[in-house]
Design a protein around this ligand. Structure first.
Ligand SMILES: Nc1ncnc2c1ncn2[C@@H]1O[C@H](COP(=O)(O)OP(=O)(O)O)[C@@H](O)[C@H]1O
Ligand SMILES: [Mg+2]
Length: 331
């Protein structure tokens, strides 16, 4: 089959993930946490697609749904043009073999009682079909790829620093040669001093192994550096998506503008004014009718409070979901 770089590897169409809220008044209408609410996006093959937004906006839930770790309430997920949401369980397990995840916290995601060999070889052991010698050779190869050495084979997670533990997590995640890797805030739990090393390692591995990344972060500066395309999420919905450079140069959604205005980055735009949002993010149990951002948006009108904006192509490679896209007027 011919390979086309610009083809999407992962496509999400109108995806929703709602969680039931336990408790409450008996017989009353059950409430739901709308963690992901009608999200559509495309992750191009071979690229790093950034997913940004504040904590609790649904980034991990969206990733977990793509990986099949939570069941979508509605919508479709395609991986290599196979509709995962329509596959029977066995075929789904098969399809998911090419998808893996790097977790945010290498302190809790690695079993402290397992040595490095066991941690990294476990996915191969579960899949089966490898001899002991093959597994050992592969683990040593993987240690080399992530910048650790064969001397580390029989050491335990507690012997390593946070950055080194994340390298072990990365080796484990790529052990079965995944095509698609979700990096869910892969450096957020680490010392700032090792962020660049781990990000460089991820970029280097992507180049060498041809993987596609969904890179989740709340750090816009990191996204700007490593993600050619991006989706900005707020309260379970995508507010703005497209080519990162284009969106950062010309943010059209008031939410993206406020996020960018809070980044101390000299080369974004030194003339920009700081936009301070009023109020708190509403609970995902009570997502406002209309635009999810309407309760905090300086531009919101009655239309925003009643009618949810649809994505509009504002310029090539730039979609925005806003009735009034464009700069916020200075007060
Ligand atoms: N299993 C779950 N049950 C109920 N609510 C959940 C569950 N997982 C996540 N949530 C809620 O869904 C929302 C989105 O969470 P999450 O996807 O973890 O956000 P993010 O990764 O952007 O910080 C949050 O309000 C969170 O409390
Ligand atoms: Mg998360």
């Amino acid at each position: 089959m011919s390979e086309n770089i610009s083809l999407p590897l992962v496509r999400v169409e109108d995806l929703s993930v709602y969680f039931p809220v336990r408790g409450g008044v008996p017989f009353a209408r059950k409430k739901q946490v709308k963690a992901v609410n009608h999200v559509s996006l495309c992750v191009p093959k071979g690229e790093t697609f950034g997913l940004v937004g504040e904590s609790g906006c649904g980034k991990s839930t969206l990733a977990n749904a793509i990986l099949g770790m939570v069941k979508p309430t509605g919508g479709k997920i395609y991986f290599k043009d196979q509709e995962l949401t329509a596959l029977p369980p066995k075929a789904l397990r098969q399809a998911r073999r090419d998808m893996q995840m790097i977790f945010q916290d290498p302190f809790s995601s690695l079993n402290p009682r397992f040595d490095v060999y066991r941690l990294i070889s476990e996915p191969m052991l579960i899949r089966g079909g490898y001899t002991k010698a093959e597994m050992e050779a592969r683990v040593v190869e993987l240690l080399g790829l992530v910048g650790l050495s064969a001397d580390d084979l029989h050491r335990y997670p507690s012997d390593f620093s946070g950055g080194q533990r994340q390298r072990i997590g990365i080796a484990r995640a790529i052990s079965l040669n995944p095509e698609f890797l979700v990096c869910d805030e892969p450096v957020s739990a680490l010392d700032v001093s090792v962020h660049a090393q781990i990000l460089n390692l991820l970029m280097d591995l992507q180049k060498r192994l041809g993987m596609t990344y969904l890179f989740i972060s709340h750090n816009l500066a990191v996204v700007k550096d490593i993600c050619p395309s991006v989706a900005v999420m707020y309260l379970g919905s995508v507010m703005e998506t497209g080519v990162t450079k284009t969106i950062f140069r010309n943010p059209l959604h008031p939410y993206t503008q406020s996020l960018l205005s809070a980044v101390l980055d000299v080369d974004v735009d030194s003339r920009k004014q700081r936009i301070i949002l009023k109020g708190e993010i509403p609970s995902p149990i009570d997502v406002p009718a209309g635009c999810p951002f309407c309760t905090r948006c300086p531009k919101a009108t009655d239309r925003c409070r009643s009618e949810q904006p649809k994505p509009v192509l504002a310029e090539p490679g730039h979609f925005v979901c806003c009735h009034y896209p464009g700069p916020i007027e200075a007060e």
